[in-house]
Design a protein around this ligand. Structure first.
Ligand code: NAD
Length: 239
């Protein structure tokens, strides 16, 4: 067995507090495109046209059409071996936090319970008029879905570019990074703040940082780097 694999297993076994940050890469092998990279969603669509409050104000139909396309795509996808391995890790660690930048809901679908969905969830919506939040798993909605209570326009309950994160989610995430003695960073390009800073926050607080990404971005900081696909590596970590 590779020394690195032995090391990460040892660290996980002795960890009192394990924190995981996942990004789009963990869902790549479920068939959900990442944002950046060759097959990235943003190669076909400009983020600033679709995932900003200004874009929604300008053309809510276009934004909803894109989200509905993504809902239809995600509805047919299932968690992969990497999501499943994290469910196992959650049951083993004394203290565990899973922070995800993904909006696909696959961690919860896999069975993870302690998930902080930092950027929201594609199955949730909120009313632009009264703020009421709803959850709706129908893959396809009417072109401009409306609030049942006040008939206001609904929007995806997703944190768009230029918007603030939910402060409770952010504070819980920061606490989890500062308290971690092991932190796994899985499948994120590390360009979206503040999640991009979580690895260095954990590292400064003394965590052992492990990156899993076929194209790593944290080699300058991580204690261990696995240049592998999450669904290949994580099952070996928990075996
Ligand atoms: P990103 O697209 O910027 O980066 C994806 C990273 O995953 C890259 O570094 C890539 O090398 C890596 N990767 C690709 N295949 C992998 C694999 N099999 N195993 C491990 N790593 C792999 O994604 P990001 O950093 O999460 O960007 C953040 C934004 O993207 C967030 O706002 C998030 O909401 C959004 N996003 C979410 C989804 C989703 O919910 N599934 C999909 C696309 C984008």
């Amino acid at each position: 067995m590779k020394d690195e694999l032995i090391e990460v297993r040892k660290r996980l076994l002795s960890a009192k507090s394990l924190t995981v940050l996942s990004g789009a890469g963990i869902s790549a092998e479920s068939g959900i495109p990442t944002f950046r990279g060759k097959e990235g969603l943003w190669n076909k669509h400009r983020a600033e046209d679709l995932a900003t409050p200004e874009a929604f104000q300008r053309d809510p139909k276009l934004v909803w059409a894109w989200y509905q396309w993504r809902r239809v795509l995600i509805a047919t996808k299932n968690p992969n071996a990497a999501h499943e391995a994290l469910v196992t890790l959650e049951t083993k660690a004394a203290s565990f936090s899973l922070i995800t930048q993904n909006v696909d809901g696959l961690h919860t679908k896999a069975g993870s319970r302690l998930v902080i969905e930092l950027h929201g969830n594609i199955w949730k919506m909120c009313c632009t008029a009264c703020g009421r939040k709803t959850e709706n798993h129908a893959a396809s909605l009417s072109p401009l879905p409306c609030c049942e209570t006040c008939q206001g326009l609904l929007r995806p309950d997703i944190v768009w570019f230029g918007e603030d994160l939910d402060p409770d989610n952010l504070n819980r995430s920061l606490d989890a990074c500062r308290n971690a003695d092991v932190m796994l960073i899985i499948g994120t390009s590390g360009v979206v703040q503040p999640a991009a800073s979580f690895a260095s926050i954990a590292k400064e607080a003394g965590a052992f940082v492990v990156e899993i990404n076929p194209q790593p971005v944290l080699s300058y900081l991580a204690d261990l780097v696995f240049s592998e696909k999450a669904a290949v590596l994580l099952p070996q970590v928990i075996a």
